[in-house]
Design a protein around this ligand. Structure first.
Ligand SMILES: [Zn+2]
Ligand SMILES: [Zn+2]
Length: 410
């Protein structure tokens, strides 16, 4: 079964090729170890070729997005049995990422084709001899970034920059992520099981935790490290989340909504979210977040904690201007090459600016702990649910429409 996603209007224009800014972001991210990256890709390509000529392993299905918006199940070789530190897992709940639409359109630094899916809860099928923290049959959260747990970066909690693997080693990003496979498949190989996998806590459902792999941690990082101390100093500390300023935003809105949920779960009395898209404002209101149009931002006072989640330079500018004295402006990131900065204002207000990528695995324990309390329920952000068999159609609809989060289960 396959589906063809035909981009229209602005999406078609955006998707006509990789923008120079996106290319620049990709280059910056892979500055380290280009040689290791090249050999990883050569190794993966030779394995595929070998398996095609002389198959030695069983095959499985994997959902592949090819150029021109062709999304279909393909038959591919199953991963080899795990090495001594590895595990083999079966994804059971797989979520879309806010970046998926841009990724599927070829509007990111990651070229197509891509084995889709990098957010999942999985069941452990087999583990290597050295693995002690998980066992077959357990349900586990799988971080989207590959990390070893033992290098200086991993030990410092900078798991997205693990030195044991090439830069940007991730599931579900095709060759650009180092060909580690995608979660929309029957099996996934986890090279460092003890370092990467975390058992699902009791009472937390796979559908609720599917996005812990990436987008939930990507939202938590803006709130968890800052808000508790701010609330201890001032229980009325407000959080302001700046999301889309243009209705043509390429990115889905789960990260800004999760950030709002986390802020409320940690005790914020008021969380405001600015987004031009009516469906995102409606979702925010349902979650107890005060939703505003961009035109209403003028009336909003500067907040001690601002999340810049628009991925545009205009949104970044507004977020920095709305950061209160001694406050923090935390940026989700963006693929634009450069932007303006209200330097004198930030200096005068003694504001801190953080621009970073998420270190998913380092944040996963805190996130799962908060979910286990029942105060943070990310499943309330899910807009579409279905089965693996329905994935081509549901993902096609996700790329086309106003869907915020689709989750498919095996
Ligand atoms: Zn993602
Ligand atoms: Zn490492």
């Amino acid at each position: 079964m396959g589906t063809r996603f035909r981009p229209r209007g602005f999406i078609r224009r955006t998707a006509t090729g990789l923008s120079p800014a996106a290319a620049a972001a990709g280059r910056a991210a892979v500055e380290r170890d280009l040689g290791a990256r090249a050999s990883r890709l050569v190794e993966a390509a030779s394995d595929r070729l070998r398996e095609r000529r002389h198959p030695s392993r069983p095959t499985m299905r994997a959902l592949v997005m090819a150029g021109g918006g062709r999304l279909a199940w393909r038959t591919v070789p199953a991963p080899p049995p795990p090495g001594p530190d590895g595990a083999l897992v079966r994804p059971i709940a797989v979520a879309t990422c806010d970046l998926d639409r841009a990724l599927a359109l070829g509007a990111t630094p990651f070229p197509l084709p891509v084995n889709m899916g990098h957010e999942c809860v999985a069941e452990v099928l087999a583990v290597g001899d050295n693995v002690t923290s998980v066992r077959p049959g357990q349900q586990v959260c799988v971080p989207f970034q590959i990390n070893c747990g033992a290098c200086v970066k991993c030990l410092a909690g900078h798991t997205s920059n693990c030195l044991a693997v090439p830069p940007l080693s991730m599931y579900g990003f095709g060759a650009g992520g180092g060909h580690w496979g995608g979660a929309l498949a029957e099996q996934l190989a986890v090279p460092y099981a003890d370092a990467m996998l975390l058992p699902l806590p009791d009472g937390v459902e796979p559908v609720a935790a599917a996005s812990v792999s990436d987008t939930i941690c990507d939202a938590y990082r803006h709130i968890g490290p800052h808000l508790p101390a701010m609330l201890r100093r001032d229980p009325d500390t407000e959080v302001l989340i700046i999301a889309a300023f243009t209705p043509r935003a390429l990115f889905a809105a789960s990260v800004p909504l999760y950030a709002g949920q986390v802020a409320l779960a940690l005790g914020a009395r008021r969380v405001r979210l600015v987004d031009v898209r009516p469906h995102v404002r409606a979702a925010a209101q349902r979650l107890g977040i005060t939703a505003l149009r961009p035109s209403e931002l003028r009336r909003v006072p500067p907040a001690p904690l601002v999340v810049a989640a628009s991925a545009t330079s205009r949104g970044m500018w507004e977020a920095m201007k709305k950061t209160a004295p001694d406050g923090v402006c935390s940026s989700v990131g963006g693929l634009y090459r450069a932007g303006r900065m209200p330097m004198a204002l930030l200096y005068g207000r003694n504001a801190s600016l953080s621009v970073s990528r998420t270190h998913a695995r380092a944040l996963m324990p805190e996130v799962l702990e908060l979910m286990a309390t029942g105060r943070f329920r990310p499943e309330e952000v899910v807009t579409t649910r279905g089965t693996f068999d329905q994935a081509p159609r549901l993902l096609g609809e996700h790329y086309r429409g106003d869907d915020i989060k689709t989750i498919v289960t095996a």
